[in-house]
Write a protein that binds this ligand. Structure first.
Ligand SMILES: *[C@@H]1O[C@H](CO)[C@@H](O)[C@H](O)[C@H]1NC(C)=O
Ligand SMILES: *[C@@H]1O[C@H](CO)[C@@H](O)[C@H](O)[C@H]1NC(C)=O
Ligand SMILES: *[C@@H]1O[C@H](CO)[C@@H](O)[C@H](O)[C@H]1NC(C)=O
Length: 461
């Protein structure tokens, strides 16, 4: 008795499901056929879909009054090339800012609708440093496999490590707690590439330690060969490193490109050749491997000075010719021009690679006092946050970076202002070069500030 009635119930359920399925199919089919209807659907962020995060709804119009343009014209005093005054017509500026805001919302709205007003204002760069007993995220004496000795301050004579126990707390954004295996799951079958100078390499090493928790994981594969990252004959080290975590098939790589520009030897057969440094062309590595990346983090900054250019035998080129414009040939202008060019190029590539998310990391602050790196400058403070623990400004302290990404889909990883508060976190006199009296107030102790850069990156992918 029980059997037949149950079967009947099942078949009724089945037919209802079938009808529902057919209706849905028809509805979707109709949507795809009718552009008018389709345009009502929110555009989906391809990358987020691939990562399994619900697509954010991007409103087509954001009221202009949400954004304060005034502040952008009054950047904080800092050591970096001064912000350009906004030369663009005001309408352009509004347009850019509104696009920028759209991009920000796409990042910040992770599906939840609660406190959406708050999220509109979400700016990871604004907030404060707080003590957190769960920091650091790995041990500076334990992460031997990934940390360069010169950056592992636990291995030096430094005795004060109170700086390691701070966490960045953004004011209006959720910051997920970084967890290595969750990060790997999110990055399944994906590649994260850091391309930039030695500060980018620090971020790469930090990321490797954060993912592994600083523990030895024997099955991480060196896949540098797949990216041509092998040590050339006579070289001190390869131009970069690439490692794959086999469980999730996740690759993390770093490529050294201090200027992000294409470098072209001017005389192939001369070992002491000078190089054309093409300010309007991205490094060949970037162009070549971009299709393989899912997250790309670019940075440049500290190699933009005459000394480095001369030492590296780099000659600035634009349009395939040595720079003729003397104004552009000034270092600050050349750097700005390059950052704009590279960001524009990356932005132009994003639609061709829907699985790719591009970040430009703002400049990492230096903390030399009483001189520069080569004139006896130092950074002896050990008391954390002596100069304050909070960032309240809305604009980035790196105006070049902030303006370069405006109106593009390239995201700003804005780390400058909160890193500026951490003058006690540098290698300082404990650098390998300490014997010669040279202090390193540019690179950071690891664990340290670059871990926070990666937490911000994690929050934004
Ligand atoms: C930076 O470069 C962009 C694009 O070339 C230009 O519009 C802007 O005015 C420049 N800013 C500065 C400060 O030179
Ligand atoms: C690993 O991921 C890459 C994409 O990054 C993909 O091409 C490859 O097929 C994956 N390998 C395996 C074994 O799944
Ligand atoms: C290139 O370098 C080689 C070796 O130093 C030299 O013999 C040759 O003249 C150079 N060619 C040019 C065009 O300068």
């Amino acid at each position: 008795m029980k059997g037949p009635s149950l079967n009947k119930l099942r078949s009724v359920k089945l037919s209802i499901s079938l009808i529902a399925l057919i209706c849905t199919t028809l509805l979707i089919w109709a949507w795809e056929r009718t552009p008018l209807l389709a345009s009502v659907l929110p555009p989906s962020d391809q990358f987020d879909v691939r990562l399994g995060i619900s697509s954010p709804v991007i409103p087509s119009e954001i009221p202009v009054s949400h954004f304060d343009f005034e502040e952008k014209q009054h950047p904080a005093e800092d050591d970096f090339p001064k912000a350009q005054t906004l030369a663009e017509p005001v309408t352009d500026v509004i347009q850019h800012a509104s696009e920028n805001a759209n991009a920000k919302m796409a990042l910040d709205d992770k599906g939840s609708n609660t406190a959406s007003d708050k999220k509109k204002d979400c700016n990871y760069a604004k907030g404060k440093w707080v003590v957190d007993k769960r920091r650091p995220l790995y041990s500076g004496s334990g992460c031997k496999k990934w940390l360069s000795e010169m950056w592992a301050c636990r291995l030096t004579k430094r005795t004060d490590f109170s700086f390691e126990t701070y966490r960045w707390q953004p004011k209006n954004c959720e910051m997920p707690e970084f967890e290595g295996s969750a990060f790997l799951n999110r990055m399944q079958h994906k590649t994260l590439a850091f391309v930039g100078d030695s500060l980018g390499r620090q971020q790469f090493q930090s990321m490797m330690c954060m993912i592994t928790g600083g523990r030895e994981i024997s099955d991480v594969e060196n896949v540098g060969k797949l990216y041509g990252l092998v040590k050339a004959r006579g070289a001190v080290r390869p131009d970069g490193w690439a490692y794959r975590f086999p469980r999730t098939n996740t690759t993390i790589l770093y490529y050294w490109s201090a200027s992000l520009c294409e470098l072209q030897p001017l005389n192939q057969s001369d070992p002491a050749t000078h190089y054309a440094m093409h300010l309007d062309r991205p490094a060949f590595f970037l162009k070549h491997f971009l299709p393989r990346f899912n997250v790309l983090v670019l940075n440049t900054g500290h190699h933009w000075n005459r000394g480095k250019l001369i030492a590296n035998r780099w000659e600035m080129y634009v349009d395939g010719k040595p720079i003729a414009d003397r104004k552009l040939a000034q270092i600050a202008n050349a750097r700005n021009f390059t950052v704009y060019s590279i960001v524009k190029w990356l932005d132009s590539q994003l639609p061709l690679h829907p699985g790719l998310k591009g970040f430009y990391r703002s400049i990492s602050p230096r903390h030399f006092v009483n001189g520069d790196w080569n004139t006896g400058g130092s950074c002896d403070h050990t008391t954390p946050l002596a100069g304050g623990s909070e960032v309240t400004q809305d604009h980035s302290s790196d105006a070049v970076a902030e303006h370069a990404v405006m109106g593009t889909k390239v995201k700003l990883l804005d780390i400058t202002a909160f890193s500026q508060l951490r003058d006690e976190c540098h290698i300082s006199k404990y650098s390998v070069k300490a014997s010669t009296g040279v202090h390193d107030c540019l690179h950071w102790c690891l664990p340290g500030v670059p871990d926070t850069w990666n937490e911000l990156l994690y929050a934004q992918i």
